[in-house]
Every structure is written in C-alpha cells, then in structure tokens.
Design a protein around this ligand. Structure first.
Ligand SMILES: C[S@@+](CC[C@H](N)C(=O)[O-])C[C@H]1O[C@@H](n2cnc3c(N)ncnc32)[C@H](O)[C@@H]1O
Ligand SMILES: [Zn+2]
Length: 332
C-alpha cells in the first residue's frame, strides 16, 4: 500500500496557534478539546509574567489510506495516523492526501490557468458578493470554541480565507487540483490546504467539523453528514439560473436558465434538513480580459470555440448569481 510522502524542508506548523491566559491552570475548553479528539497539543509558556497555555491545534484530518481513516496527528510538518501512515506538508505549504485510486474524478481539478483566472477576478471584486454574503451568514451563526471550517473545492482559497478571518476560526481547504492548493497555501499560509478528492471519502475524522462550505464546489452529502458535528452546518452555493447567462447565451447561441436548487435539496434529503436559503447576485460590465478570465474559470473556457467567440467581444454586462442552501445534519 502506497504511503504518500512529500518531502520538504522543516518549517513551522502553519495551523493556527491559539493562546489562552490561564489562572492558575488550563481552561476547561482546553480540557474538553483534548478529551474530544486528542488533536490539541498544549504547551505551557511564560508570557509577561502570567501563566499562558499555548495551543497548536491540529486540523481534524483523517488518513486517506483505504480502510484506515484514523485521525492524523500533526508533529511539526508531518501528519501521521496511529497505523503509521504519514504525509508531509509540501515545501509549497499544502498536504497531499490524494491516494492513487482516488485520483480519477468525473471532473478533474482545475488547471493553474483556471485557478489564476478566478483569483484575478476575485481580486477585481468579481464574484466577491458570494463571499461577502457567506461571511455575513457566518457572522450571525453561533460557534463552539473548537469550531473548524472546511471548504470543498476551495480553489484560489479566497472564500475560506475571508470566512476564517471574520470568525477567527481555523480552516481547511480541500481541492483536487494541486495548482489550486499550491496557490492557496502560498497566499494564505496560516490555513491548511489539502489535495484530496472530495467526491470520495472526505479526509476528515467523524464529526470533526463545525461548518462545511461548498461554493460552486464539490458536493458529497453522505460524507458531509459523517464529518459534521451535531449542530454543525453545511452551506452549499450552486450557480443560480441567471448565472453568467449573458456569456452562456453568447457562447452557446441559446439562452438557458435552469435552477439547481430542487435537485440540490433532493440529493441532501437523506442526510440533511434545510435550515436557510438565500440568493446572491451581482452584475458587472466587463472588458475583454475579465471576460476571458470568466470563461477560463468555467469548464467551457477550455474550449477554443468559446474563446474565439469571446475574443470578438469588447465589453459585456454579465450577471454572477448563486443560490445558497444551508443544511443541518438530520442526526443531532
Ligand atoms: C468552480 S471552482 C470553485 C472554486 C471556489 N469554491 C470558488 O468559489 O472560487 C471548483 C473547484 O473544485 C475543484 N474540484 C474539482 N473536482 C474536485 C474534486 N473531485 N475534489 C475536490 N475538488 C475538486 C476544482 O479544482 C476547483 O478549484
Ligand atoms: Zn492510516
């Protein structure tokens, strides 16, 4: 059985370090965290004369070797399960948990060009409304002190970085694309970035996560239910009927508007109930370079015929629209 090992020079663990002042001993939250999953490694240090308990939290990752699934414990830059399977953080900052048998997907991960195109668009504020609304949703959501958030199909990493910043909680991005994980790890080294196939067994321990995001990303309802804590939530955003409708009409020659929400709810029904829905919409008049990026970041962008059609466009008014559904696991 192959053990993925990605060798890289030693560097400090990059999962968030949480500091608690303790008078006189470690706080109950810490004791609870240690009992819950044994994933937190307390070290006492002295800080300005006060007793401080510093926590280096390991992400709730699980071994992806077939039929293993045990928790991965982080020691510096190496993650090891109790059976001795181990994975090193790559020099570029991500952790490759992809097993050879999980490489194949009906839609392989995005190319570096597609990930870069999406990052450029977000940097220009295009596609930002979805991230802003997810942030607003997170701000009105209650969190336990040991909450961890994960993003399935995390792409350039912008969404996870924004979400974890507003609530100051640790985050794990999962993407099949090494290019995406590498870019996200370079831009947001304080978060954990994992290469794995989110259509297969998710690389998390049972009930290890408080929030799961899938923003135009991967959906895997049964696995999402397994890895969410009771009381946790799954937020799925899918392209709404009017998403990129102008661009799609131009490229395909016909206007197609189709809602995916009913299908989304149906596929989650065996494991989740719907707790909230909202829609997000933004419009921009885009020049040629952004139109090309928009096309590049969708699967049609790979087709040269689509690129030729956009090449003739000077500008276009484009709608970006998402339907968001928040689910809670049926158990708990
Ligand atoms: C449309 S992009 C969305 C990216 C990001 N969530 C956003 O909103 O900007 C879909 C992402 O899913 C990733 N992906 C595709 N198949 C995957 C799989 N089986 N497992 C994990 N990620 C996958 C792609 O590499 C890509 O980064
Ligand atoms: Zn293992």
């Amino acid at each position: 059985m192959r053990r993925p090992r990605v060798r890289s020079p030693r560097r400090p663990a990059n999962f968030s370090s949480l500091e608690f002042f303790v008078l006189p001993s470690c706080p109950p939250t810490l004791q609870f965290q240690r009992r819950r999953s044994d994933l937190f490694c307390p070290q006492r240090i002295s800080h300005h004369g006060a007793s401080t308990c510093s926590l280096t939290a390991s992400p709730p990752l699980a071994c992806t070797v077939r039929d293993c699934g045990l928790a991965l414990i982080q020691r510096e830059r190496t993650f090891t399960c109790a059976r001795g399977h181990s994975y090193d953080r790559a020099r570029t900052g991500y952790i490759n948990l992809l097993q050879p048998q999980d490489r194949r997907s009906d839609r392989p991960g995005d190319s570096a060009a597609a990930v870069d195109a999406r990052a450029r668009l977000l940097a220009a504020g295009i596609g930002r409304a979805l991230i802003d609304d997810v942030d607003r949703w997170l701000l009105r959501t209650e969190f336990p002190s040991d909450a961890v958030i994960a993003d399935l199909g995390s792409g350039s990493g912008d969404a996870l970085a924004a979400c974890t910043a507003v609530r100051r909680i640790p985050g794990v991005g999962v993407d099949l694309s090494t290019a995406a994980a590498r870019l996200a790890a370079r831009r947001f080294p304080h978060l954990t970035w994992v290469v794995a196939n989110a259509d297969r067994r998710l690389p998390f321990i049972d009930h290890g996560l408080w929030v799961l995001l899938s923003l135009h990303g991967r959906r895997n309802p049964e696995e999402c239910a397994r890895v969410l804590m009771g009381g946790g939530m799954l937020l799925v955003a899918v392209p709404a009927a009017g998403d990129l409708v102008e661009l799609r009409t131009h490229v395909q020659g016909q206007r197609v508007e189709r809602s995916r929400v009913d299908m989304l709810v149906k596929e989650h029904q065996p494991f989740f109930k719907v707790v909230e829905r909202f829609s997000v919409r933004e419009q921009h008049t885009l020049g040629h370079a952004s139109l090309k990026d928009l096309l590049q970041s969708t699967y049609r962008g790979e087709r040269s015929s689509a690129q030729e059609q956009v090449a003739s466009l000077p500008t276009m008014r484009v709608t970006l629209a998402s339907d968001c559904v928040v689910f809670a696991p049926l158990r708990g």
